[in-house]
Write a protein that binds this ligand. Structure first.
Ligand code: ATP
Ligand code: MG
Length: 398
């Protein structure tokens, strides 16, 4: 990956940065040398490129600083936008809740929306959207600029909005399931710069509400005893409408949250992934199949329910894969079709460049004007699945 060679203009002030991060200078220097701490690419929204050169991202976790954290070097001072922490998964709801939340009276349940994670923050007066890895995504940044009013950041420059970008005009996880016309941002966390400390759930919902921000659905707060049954009920209902699942949280946000998902969402993931079976890491498939096993056992399924689950799982795996093989055999290259919608035509080329530097192989269609925006169709080529399938069809051995 080509990173940073054109951003040599601004150097990290190692002495002061080390002090700010509470790391020895030699350690920080080592991180830069080994490219674990990297200057962010000189790209992104055209306006504000200079500011981007002041950003350095952590490509791995270092001490307590999570992967995806971003250090902002202002003149003489620093800000740290902490990476979004990993959320672990419950395989069996009952035992996992008991064990993980044992000293709580109640747990809060929110919807887990299926889109992609962004952290939005004011950086030197500009609203930027960071991906999980700490990159500034030009598309998400443009969208965040239109979706969010400045007033939240004007009043709270020290806060970070963490949320899910969801909807059909989504180049990473496009979904039509939420009744969203294009793309929306749903807040699920508000955190402080520097420490990364989250707001408690109710304070966060109140603050986000005061600024009219979209939020993930709150299903309620349940005692630890009733939570597994309540959540199982919520999950069954969410599954019927193809939604993803829930995140179960300590209302005070002191203990880490836990996620749990619907079978239908696992199967939807598998359907998509098996279409491009050779481009996706094998862990992705395996973990989703195992989830089905645990859910079936916890829900104590009868013969008929089990049959249904087996059929759904098998169809999600084989159906799309067979379709892909047939298409390639018949001479059509398969691709993942996604789309973006932008106001500023510059975002299209910046985003194209961004994906290219990430190593994502794409073909961008001609922008189509819709009102004051441009819709751009993007084909993600998934070369590996195409090439592998093609060679198998020609008789090569696996
Ligand atoms: P992780 O490393 O956090 O497990 P992942 O890439 O495996 O990430 P997911 O399985 O989608 O991601 O689960 C975690 C993600 O769920 C979060 O990073 C966040 O983007 C998303 N999410 C959606 N709704 C919520 C919510 N209500 N609360 C917290 N996270 C949410
Ligand atoms: Mg997700």
């Amino acid at each position: 990956m080509n990173t940073g060679s054109d951003t040599a203009g601004i150097k990290l002030d190692i002495e002061n940065a080390a002090g700010y991060l509470n790391l020895p200078q030699s350690r920080l220097k080592g991180l830069l040398d080994r490219r674990i701490l990297l200057q962010i690419w000189n790209m992104g929204p055209v306006k504000g490129r200079d500011e981007l050169q002041r950003l350095f991202r952590f490509d791995k976790s270092v001490s307590k600083i999570e992967h995806g954290s971003v250090l902002y070097q202002k003149d003489g001072t620093f800000e740290l936008i902490r990476g979004f922490p990993k959320i672990q998964r419950a395989m069996l709801l009952g035992p996992a809740l008991d064990r993980h939340f044992s000293n709580l009276e109640t747990v809060a349940v929110e919807e887990k929306m299926n889109g992609y994670n962004v952290r939005v923050a004011d950086v030197g007066g500009k609203i930027l959207a960071f991906t999980r890895g700490g990159l500034v995504c030009p598309y998400s940044t443009e969208r965040a600029g239109h979706l969010l009013e400045r007033d939240f950041f004007d009043d709270h420059p020290d806060l970070i909005l963490c949320g899910e970008m969801a909807g059909p005009d989504n180049p990473y996880v496009p979904k039509d399931i939420y009744g969203i016309g294009s793309l929306d941002f749903f807040v699920f966390d508000i955190r402080h710069k520097g420490s990364g400390t989250p707001y408690s759930l109710h304070e966060r919902r109140k603050l986000a509400g005061e600024y009219g921000l979209n939020q993930v659905t709150f299903f309620g707060e349940f005692s630890l005893n009733e939570a597994p049954d309540e959540i199982a009920g919520i999950i069954r209902e969410l599954g019927k409408i193809q939604h993803e699942g829930v995140v179960i949280k300590d209302p005070q946000m002191i203990l880490n949250p836990i996620k749990y998902t619907c079978s239908q969402s696992n199967c939807a993931d598998l359907r998509h992934a098996f279409k491009f079976y050779n481009d996706i890491g094998q862990d992705y498939f395996f973990s989703r199949v195992v989830r089905e096993g645990f859910q079936s056992v916890e829900w104590d399924e009868n013969e008929e329910e089990l049959q249904k689950r087996c059929l759904q799982l098998g169809e999600s795996i084989l159906g799309p894969m067979i379709e892909s093989i047939k298409q390639v055999r018949d001479g059509t290259r398969i691709a993942d079709n996604v789309q973006i919608r932008v106001k500023d035509p510059d975002t299209i080329s910046t985003y194209k460049d961004y994906l290219r530097r990430l190593g994502v192989d794409t073909v961008f269609g001609e922008p189509e004007r819709i009102g004051d925006e441009y819709l751009v169709k993007i084909r993600k080529l998934n070369q590996s699945t195409n090439d592998k399938t093609e060679s198998m069809c020609k008789g090569e051995l696996w």
